[in-house]
Design a binder for this molecule. Structure first.
Ligand SMILES: [Zn+2]
Length: 184
């Protein structure tokens, strides 16, 4: 998985964990362990406890959350030494790809709106303290900084717009690639 995809996925899991009263950092740690599990057998809650030092009870809550989101699934197996029934967890690549794609689309939409906002508004800033104002605000303050009284200057924000355009373009390409590989 590309590193920025892993980042998007982690951000998503952190956000859902916080909403579910689960420690977001711990959820991210468990997710990273599952992401780095390459032998395909999956990891048991016991394995995860050993790897992360997070208590098994909390690990189970995190796994249940990932399961409810369909991000992870499990298979039943036997403990190699004791023979006791164990559940081995791994990530669900297909669901993850779909989650990533819809997250990227939401981010793209936000960025497009932000760019649209930047392009259709004039901004002002205070050369002394750097505070920023929309045209309406600056007009209301008579183009004087309400904090220090300096004359406000127009700010074209070309650098921000340029950066936004670059990110938007990259995201569009990434979405296009994902859609082709998922096949829709
Ligand atoms: Zn000022």
């Amino acid at each position: 998985m590309a590193s920025n995809d892993a980042e998007v996925l982690e951000g998503f899991v952190r956000a859902i964990a916080s909403m579910s009263n689960i420690d977001a950092e711990h959820a991210a740690i468990v997710l990273r362990q599952l992401l780095s599990e390459k032998n395909g057998k999956g990891l048991s809650d016991e394995d995860l406890e050993t790897l992360t030092n997070i208590k098994q009870g909390e690990i189970r809550r995190i796994l249940r959350l990932l399961y409810e989101l369909r991000l992870a699934s499990y298979r039943r197996g036997k403990h190699p030494e004791t023979g006791a029934t164990r559940y081995y967890w791994r990530l669900n690549v297909h669901t993850i790809n779909n989650v990533l794609l819809s997250r990227k689309k939401a981010v793209l939409r936000n960025l497009e709106l932000k760019l649209q906002y930047e392009e259709s508004n004039v901004f002002y800033y205070c050369p002394l303290d750097g505070t920023r104002y929309t045209f309406e605000e600056a007009y209301e303050y008579n183009f004087q900084c309400p904090k220090c009284g300096s004359i406000l200057e127009e700010d074209s924000r070309d650098d921000i717009k340029k950066a936004l355009r670059v990110i938007i373009e990259r995201l569009r390409e990434s979405i296009k690639r994902d859609e082709m590989s998922i096949g829709r």
